[in-house]
Design a protein. Structure first.
Ligand code: ADP
Length: 607
């Protein structure tokens, strides 16, 4: 191999390494080497044509061994060099046409080198030296074939690369057949020429024998390929059929399922029905014939305004899916709510050619919601009425009560001579009863006013309990009660009601103490998710389990007045206050051992 030829292969090798995985690494180096290959090829060709410009043959290393044209590579090698260099350069381009020129150059190189190899092999028996192709050494043509094949594989745009590499039957066939159709004629021709040359057989016999062997062998090979192709094709068709059947099966099942729960209709671009399913007809009371080709507007109920429909179709016509609840009118005039999706379908050009409406009947839910809303409104109204009534009643009742009280007082003071002892006692009873009633009415008024005009404020519960203790100091002192509390939270709440809450619970804990036991009351609080959980524990008389809920109802008491003072409104107050703070209140108690009242206060955002 001539020095310049070796140089071309060295450069080509480097270029192939640089272009591995399409990462062209150092592009300037890749380009320089490609240009050098073209340069060497071109100037060698010029030498062959008698144009000695740079004496490329011995430019780097002088050839002292070759007699004729020392150092010069053959014309075929020079042409292949130019082609492969062009192929490398064009491979860099992102332009398709340039890329294709490169691919052609590489393919030419492959063809020239392949012909050179074949003619070399076949001309050995003839020992001829006159061929253009044979002017390229066998190893040179081998290397050119290798480089051009690698380059073809490297270039993903090359059809050769695609044909050979793909996973289709054609590519598999190519991979199988290609080596055979290249190697078989070369080998058999080689043997044939050798045999003719050695005069083992005559030329005529050789040609007949070649045809006689080539045809049946080709038939056998083609049959073998055909059988294996048929087998895989059969397999493929079987699988395709199975797939189609299972697709059909699932599609049918899916459709059956959807048909049972959804109202389905399709519309053309004029919004006329082209298809409706049975459930659609059942709910909207139309026969298929009556609704097909009718415009969707016949379902309008009058519930939605014009903008609703304009927005709906604007969205759908822009290619988006519209989903919302819609009230429709059936043929018999009844109304039905559906949760509907309207889906536009587009053709390949992106134009809408059909709409599908897919709906769930939600009439029951909507009716329930509507009546719930009405009930709520009614309830709210009644509540207001009741509040008003309670306020007016309790407020106005105070007046006559005061009069009765004043006059009995007057009678008792000024007209003592009118009454005997029983009469005076009776007057006293009337006075007691009226003041109790007045107290009850006052409580009722307080209860009624509780959730009005409250403002959320930051409250330190430690301070709050401290203040309550101060307010109840007489009671605490009398009962010799101990109140323990530590690390109570600072929270956002309604101050006056909260104070009343603690006051009622602490007061009850002192009031419902056991005769011979000094009250010990412990107040604790802990964080429980998004709320504070408070507990107020006492060692009092306890509450029988069956009354645990009753005690929170207004005016419900478990003891009469002689045993324990009170009106039965305190815990009802407590419940209302806890409600106001979105919490709950309950009690745990063991009879004769003590009670623990729990309540929760929802943590507000700014806590
Ligand atoms: P009042 O204290 O005016 O009777 P409440 O509504 O505060 O009204 O309480 C209702 C009833 O619950 C009380 O009459 C009492 O029987 C019971 N009760 C409340 N707190 C306690 C407590 N700490 N220990 C035992 N019983 C209690």
């Amino acid at each position: 191999m001539k020095f310049n030829t070796a140089l071309i292969f060295l450069f080509s090798g480097i270029i192939l390494l640089l272009s591995e995985k399409n990462n062209f690494g150092s592009k300037p180096l890749y380009k320089t080497l490609s240009y050098l290959i073209i340069f060497i090829g071109t100037f060698t060709l010029a030498e062959h044509l008698g144009l000695s410009i740079v004496s490329i043959d011995n430019l780097i290393i002088p050839d002292e061994l070759t007699a004729k044209n020392p150092g010069r590579m053959s014309p075929a090698t020079a042409i292949c060099s130019i082609l492969i260099g062009v192929g490398f350069l064009a491979g860099l381009s992102t332009e398709k046409n340039t890329n294709n020129v490169g691919l052609y150059a590489i393919k030419f190189t492959a063809i020239i080198s392949l012909i050179a190899i074949i003619s070399y092999i076949l001309l050995i028996p003839l020992s001829s030296k006159s061929s253009f192709y044979k002017s390229m050494a066998i190893h040179t043509s081998g290397l050119f074939l290798l480089i051009s094949t690698l380059q073809l594989f490297n270039n993903p745009n090359s059809s050769f690369h695609q044909i050979v590499n793909e996973d289709y039957e054609g590519s598999k066939l190519t991979r199988k057949i290609l080596p055979v159709i290249i190697l078989f004629p070369i080998l058999s021709s080689f043997i044939l020429i050798l045999a003719i040359n050695q005069e083992v057989i005559s030329t005529e016999f050789g040609l007949v024998a070649y045809a006689a062997v080539f045809i049946p062998l080709s038939i056998i090979y083609v049959s073998y390929i055909a059988v294996s192709l048929n087998k895989s094709e059969k397999e493929r068709r079987k699988l395709a059929k199975e797939l189609e059947e299972s697709n059909k099966y699932y599609l049918k099942r899916f459709q059956q399922g959807v048909d049972q729960v959804s109202l389905i209709g399709t519309l053309d671009t004029n919004l006329n029905f082209t298809y409706v399913n049975d459930l659609f007809c059942e709910v909207l009371k139309y026969n298929k014939d009556e609704i097909l080709n009718k415009n969707i507007s016949i379902l309008r109920s009058g519930h939605h305004n014009v903008e609703f429909y304009t927005d709906l179709w604007k969205k759908v016509e822009s290619g988006e899916i519209w989903v919302d609840e819609i009230k429709n009118k059936a043929k018999d005039g009844s109304y039905h709510w559906t949760l509907t999706a309207i889906i536009p379908f587009k053709n390949e050009k992106g134009e809408i050619f059909e709409y599908m409406s897919l709906s769930q009947n939600i009439t029951d839910r909507k009716t329930a919601e509507e009546s719930k809303g009405e009930y709520l409104k009614k309830l709210e109204y009644k509540n207001k009425e009741l509040e008003q009534f309670a306020y007016v009643a309790s407020h106005d009742l105070q007046e006559p009560l005061r009069t009765v009280n004043n006059f009995t007082e007057l009678l008792a003071k000024r007209r003592t001579d009118y009454f005997d002892e029983l009469g005076l006692k009776s007057l006293q009873f009337i006075q007691d009863a009226t003041s109790r009633m007045s107290e009850l009415i006052k409580n009722l008024l307080d209860y009624n006013r509780l959730d009005k005009d409250n403002i959320l404020t930051k409250i330190d519960c430690n301070q709050l309990v401290k203040d309550v203790k101060k307010d109840l100091s007489m009671n605490i002192k009398d009962a010799e009660a101990t109140i323990i509390y530590n690390n109570l939270p600072i929270l956002l709440g309604y101050e006056t009601p909260l104070r009343l809450l603690f006051q009622n619970l602490i007061n009850n804990a002192i009031k419902f103490r056991k005769k011979d036991t000094k009250p010990i009351i412990e107040i604790n609080a802990k964080l429980n998710g998004d709320e504070w959980l408070f507990s107020i524990q006492d060692n009092g008389i306890g509450i029988t389990t069956k009354y645990k809920d009753k005690i929170f109802v207004i005016f419900q008491r478990l003891h009469n007045k002689n045993e324990y003072e009170g009106s039965g409104i305190g815990l009802a107050h407590c419940r209302k206050i806890v409600d106001l703070h979105q919490g709950q209140i309950w009690v745990d108690s063991i009879d004769d051992e003590g009670s623990t009242f729990y309540f929760t206060i929802k943590i507000k955002e700014h806590d």
